[in-house]
Design a protein around this ligand. Sequence first.
Ligand code: IPM
Ligand code: MN
Length: 355
Amino acid sequence: MTNKIAVLSGDGIGPEVINEALKVLNVISNKIKVNFEFNKCLVGASAIDLEGNPFPDSTKKICDNSDAILFGAIGDPKYDNDPKAKVRPEDGLLEMRKYLGLFANIRPVKTYDSIIDNSPIKKNIVSGTDFVVYRELTSGIYFGNKGISDDRSHAFDTCSYEIKEIERISHLAFKDAQKRKKHLTLIDKANVLETSRLWREVVQKISKMYPKIKVSFLFVDNAAMKIITNPKDFDVILTENMFGDIITDEASVITGSLGMLPSASVGNRISLYEPIHGSYPQAAGKGIANPMAMILSAAMMLDHTFNLKEEAEIIEKAVEDALVNNIVTEDINSENSFSTIEVGDWISNRAEELF
Ligand code: IPM
Ligand code: MN
């Protein structure tokens, strides 16, 4: 059987970390005789440079004809400080999410005891943290009506949600909670925002279909605090687009390195897998980027899209073993670090041994 995977390396460290994920996937395919066909295509700033469009038609077509998408990162500093730029790499990402209908972004947050001392938070608070964030990804303020007046003296962005957009991701989150610790927390700002009040109403209604799940509601400002002071109180977090963006960056520091967190974006058809770190342009080309989040994203792909649970677990175990043996990049150990390629090689070899 051949599984078609669109490979969108993107910008900055994207290409380097994706290469390591492909290496690990090749080990898996050799072991279990599953064929992965990798089709590389352009996205982000590199696509603007070459084709004038951050999500070109050629990439759309390859994505449409694939079983899954591996995505590196996008973003380039040359666009960040230019508020008037006509086209930005990020536009490509947003268009891609909308075009592919990737309405739920799933971001697991888990600490590893072997690197717990890297966490800026006390060990007894963070050790054992294990929660997952369901972030709505194709609506809310990212996609609402927006504009700026001709004289640039006034601008607006609108947050808007429809019931069905809240329902579909809520069901995914409730179903996952059933398989986990049966606790779902909705993060919103229902004391101020109408959209948040709609989220609460819909989630309260849906919760009746999942009577075994304990449901908590937290205002986002309070949640921002609790994620740091009591991360172990969370199991499944459900939230809208922008709150999810902010909360997951916050949550990522708990583990001690932003380079550890994978994610899956799912919808009605194809799913996309990407690390939650960005393009980290300062590190591009230096061979110092941590490939673990990208490798763990490939593991999520094996599990979610190809139903290869055991193989996904082998990759996770190989990553954990790399941490235990201190085979890590400089974000985790600045004194004795390995390169992106060395870490990827070690994890691939370890995965091979674990079969
Ligand atoms: C993310 C990123 C994107 C977002 C940016 C690059 C548009 O921060 O995936 O979290 O805000 O969704
Ligand atoms: Mn983000």
